[in-house]
Design a protein around this ligand. Structure first.
Ligand code: XMP
Length: 327
């Protein structure tokens, strides 16, 4: 398949168009792969999930999905990948618990670029190890989409597994590479993937790693994951859902006070920052209005249930000058 989208290619906006695309791709995948085995890094993001679901339809057990849990995923994500792909779609799924490996490597590292490099490099290493354990792989599936090809400065560089050594440079199978994001979602729906996967907000490759500001510690990371789940639930239920909404946790502590039997007891705790933004292209971003009652509910739930957090902040900074992520 060429890397250029033909002008005649109709935009996939309906279930019927998606089904026609799926049928076409199933034939194309079978023609390319034959009886060969395809390996795919399945993050649980929209693109890799749709790519996996298409490949499962086309070649079933000859697709081997590898889901690497690097410890920086959001609450419930690895479980959802296993439920949808292994339990519901019957995928040949290898789940790799690499949490300790990643967090040990990241211990004490505070420079954001260094953190990104470690996460990217370790991901390739884990994936490579898994690939070496498998026999007879000759293709690598990838959820490349059209903007990844046309936009030279892709933020996805460390997502894909282009850094594999030469002997593992398999022929690529990229069934959604001519699709725009909205089309990938329509195809995902038609393939029966759940809305929570198909309409998932963008999530950076280094995951919560760039939201646990500075050197990551396990306790602060856990607090972030719990607080983030609350924010996603509350803001995700609004009639108009922002483009991205999440939490970050800075690496400072501030004073809190609790009254026990009328006596104030001081302690130190973390602050959680709630951020929601709207953007078209992630180059600039605005901050949507969130009802104050929703912010207060988020505050109450976080303070009551997330251990170690005693302060909730609302980030109203636009991009520029503040980037969407904290690091
Ligand atoms: P910033 O923070 O630069 O983010 O305003 C713009 C968009 O890019 C996402 N982002 C990343 N995505 N790996 C990714 O895959 C990264 O290292 C990364 N950093 C930022 C961010 O979530 C936002 O959507």
């Amino acid at each position: 398949m060429s890397n250029v989208r033909p002008e005649s290619m109709e935009r996939i906006t309906t279930q019927a168009l998606a089904e026609a695309f799926i049928a076409e791709q199933i034939d194309a995948i079978r023609a390319q792969v034959g009886d060969g085995k395809v390996l795919l890094a399945l993050s649980g993001g929209v693109d890799s999930s749709v790519c996996a679901a298409l490949l499962i339809r086309a070649i079933g057990q000859n697709l081997v999905c590898v889901h690497v849990n690097h410890g920086l995923l959001r609450k419930g994500e690895p479980e959802q990948v296993i439920k949808v792909f292994r339990d519901e779609l019957g995928a040949n799924l290898v789940y790799v618990d690499a949490v300790d490996r990643f967090l040990d490597k990241l211990a004490g590292v505070s420079d954001p670029e260094q953190k990104r490099k470690i996460i990217g490099a370790e991901f390739i290493r884990v994936f490579e190890e898994e690939a070496r354990k498998l026999e007879g792989i000759s293709f690598l599936g990838q959820g490349t989409i059209y903007p990844d090809i046309t936009e030279s400065v892709g933020v996805k560089a460390h997502h894909n597994v282009g850094g594999l050594p030469d002997d593992l440079k398999f022929e690529l199978v990229e069934p959604v590479k001519l699709l725009y994001k909205d089309e990938v979602r329509v195809v995902g729906k038609a393939l029966g993937l759940p809305d929570s996967m198909v309409y998932r907000q963008p999530f950076p490759g280094p995951g919560l790693g760039v939201r646990c500001v500075g050197a990551i510690t396990r306790d602060r990371l856990e607090a972030l994951r719990e607080a983030d789940a609350i924010v996603r639930e509350e803001i995700g239920a609004l009639p108009e859902v922002p483009w991205q909404y999440f939490c970050a946790i800075p690496d400072f502590q501030s004073t809190g006070i609790q009254y026990v039997d009328g006596k104030g007891q001081r302690h130190m705790g973390w602050a959680v920052v709630v951020r929601a933004v709207n953007t078209v292209d992630a180059v600039t971003a605005t901050v949507p209005e969130i009802p104050f009652s929703v912010l207060c509910r988020i505050r109450d739930r976080i303070i009551k249930t997330v251990a170690g957090v005693n302060r909730v902040l609302w980030d109203i900074s636009e991009k520029p000058v503040a980037t969407i992520e904290f690091e």
